[in-house]
Every structure is written in structure tokens, then in C-alpha cells.
Design a protein around this ligand. Structure first.
Ligand SMILES: [Zn+2]
Length: 306
């Protein structure tokens, strides 16, 4: 049994060749859809066996994200866990019906660099299937949990291409304690000669003092003053003619989420700081810059028809 999939696209899609190097007039908005207890910061305190005992808040929070985007007329890409798609298929349908791009965040937030090629293949295949079944659209995009494609598992790109993905957004060209390929290109690149149809769309950075500083959202957006972040995005767009690849999580606009005990100071700081201010900052960012789905910003939307 195989149901014909619709292209994963909204109306008014321009056709033409992929513009892998966009001009920076429109930025890429993305949401990594996972539960508040599934983040890497809590991986030691909340094991997978514990997940069912935690309150699920992902559907309500993602609906809130959808309503924020609807208010401002913005389309985004949603990188969703297969685990979430299995449990909340109606949410997946709402994401698609509202004109957003549906993409894969892997099955259950295991880092890609902790899986061998076989396990990784099963994971990305299973997730693509779950998402396509729930959403009825073709899925071509993938983002690894915690940006975990790096020099140790570069083979992951070949697997993604073989499994029908057309782009990945999993490399962060920065120094960081949990991820990063500091010398990776800052612009979209074809990571593997064996997979010429696949592009990596790295997370955004700005060059300062001879190094790449992250300019992609996440915790940095929550922790730093809005003005500093906006200045960096403006610099990317105006001076470098590059789009910003922005990401955040539905749990980041949920200040009422239950606190996970025993996670440690650093993890708590990363996870809980400024949750109550995030929605206001996000709305301002959406107002002040132009945003669209990842596939459209990078001219890959026609790949979803193939
Ligand atoms: Zn994630």
C-alpha cells in the first residue's frame, strides 16, 4: 500500500533552478518539534523510559506557535520527531494544512553521532515514513538532534540521500561543548561526492574577531538582548547577503512547563532562562525581518515534487 503524496509545498511556489545561495532578503524560519523533557540538556536525568510519565505539552505548545505564525502571516519549516508524529497525527496535519513545510528531526532525539549507520538509516527512514503518512506530503528535509552531524559521522549525509532526503540542516560551524564543526562552510554546500543531490544548509553564524559566532536562535536568542541578536541578523542580511537560518522549540514559549528536577545548574540555565520573554521577542523578530519556509528560502521546494 502506498498513498500518493502531495508535494510538501504551499501555493504560489516559484519554479526554477535551486538557488542554493540565496540573497539574504528572506530568512529561514524553523521549529524543532519535541517535548520539553526530550532535550539534550535533560538526557541524563530523563531517560526514554521516563517519557510516558511526563506531561505531554508539545501539541498545545506547537498550536501556540502555529497561531503566532498565522497572526503574522509567516510560513515556517517544522522539523518534527517521529515519536511526536506517532502520538499527535492531527497536529502534523494542521502544520501541513496551514502551509508550513514538514521535515524530520529523527525519531526520538538520539544524537546522530551516537548511532551506527544501520541504526541511523532505520531512524531516518522510519521518521520520514511516519511524517509522510501523517501529513500526506513528501518530506525532504532533516535536522539532526543537537546538530549532531560532524566529522565523526559524515557518512550520515550519504544515508540521508539514499533515504530520499534532499537537504539537511544539521551542521553548526562553531565551537560548542555539545556540537559544532568550526571549519565547516558557512554557506550551503554539498557534503558528499557520493550524494550530489543532497545539500547541507548550515546553521547561521556571523564572523567576529576571527571566529564564527552563532546567529541562529535557540538558547542564544533567549539569553541575549533582542537588540544584539537583531543587529547580527541585519549584518547577515545587509552586509553579507546571507539569510539567517533561525530555529526555536515549542517548549521555549511555555513558561509554565513543569521543572525537571536534578538536571544541574548549567542545564537549568540553558533551558529555563527567559522563557517568559520568548514569545514577545519572537513576535518582534517575525515583524522586523522577512521569513519563509526553509525549502523556499533555499530554492528546494521543487525537489519535494520529485
Ligand atoms: Zn531537538
Amino acid at each position: 500500500m502506498h498513498v500518493a503524496l502531495q508535494p510538501n509545498e504551499a501555493k504560489s511556489t516559484p519554479s526554477g533552478q535551486p538557488r542554493i545561495r540565496p540573497d539574504g532578503r528572506v530568512n529561514a524560519m524553523s521549529v524543532d518539534v519535541e517535548e520539553h523533557f526530550q532535550v539534550h540538556a535533560f538526557a541524563r536525568t530523563v531517560t526514554r523510559d521516563d517519557w510516558p510519565s511526563h506531561e505531554s505539552r508539545v501539541e498545545r505548545n506547537t498550536d501556540r506557535v502555529l497561531s503566532i505564525f498565522a497572526d503574522q502571516g509567516i510560513k515556517s519549516t517544522f522539523f518534527v520527531l517521529g515519536w511526536v508524529a506517532e502520538r499527535h497525527p492531527a497536529l502534523i496535519q494542521r502544520i501541513v494544512q496551514q502551509g508550513h513545510e514538514l521535515a524530520s528531526h529523527g525519531y526520538c532525539h538520539i544524537r546522530a553521532d551516537r548511532q551506527d549507520p544501520e541504526a541511523f538509516r532505520d531512524d531516518v527512514r522510519r521518521t520520514k515514513g511516519l511524517l509522510e503518512d501523517a501529513g500526506g506530503v513528501r518530506v525532504i528535509g532533516y535536522r539532526a538532534a543537537s546538530f549532531s552531524i560532524n566529522r565523526s559521522n559524515w557518512w550520515a549525509f550519504d544515508v540521508l540521500a539514499e533515504e530520499g532526503y534532499r537537504y539537511s540542516s544539521s551542521v553548526f560551524p562553531v565551537h560548542h561543548d555539545q556540537y559544532g564543526v568550526p571549519d565547516a562552510p558557512r554557506d550551503p554546500f554539498e557534503p558528499s561526492a557520493k550524494a550530489p543531490g543532497l545539500v547541507e544548509l548550515p546553521m547561521s553564524t556571523v564572523r567576529m574577531l576571527g571566529q564564527n559566532l552563532p546567529c541562529s536562535g535557540g538558547g542564544y536568542f533567549r539569553l541575549f538582548p533582542y537588540a544584539a541578536f537583531a543587529m547580527a541578523v541585519r549584518r547577515l542580511n545587509s552586509a553579507e547577503h546571507r539569510p539567517c537560518m533561525f530555529y526555536f522549540h515549542p517548549w521555549e514559549i511555555d513558561p509554565g512547563q513543569p521543572r525537571i528536577p536534578g538536571a544541574g545548574l548549567k542545564s537549568n540555565l540553558r533551558h529555563y532562562t527567559n522563557l517568559d520573554r520568548m514569545e514577545g521577542k519572537l513576535r518582534r523578530l517575525l515583524r522586523e525581518f522577512a521569513w519563509d519556509r526553509v525549502d523556499r528560502v533555499y530554492g528546494l521546494e521543487t525537489a519535494a515534487r520529485g
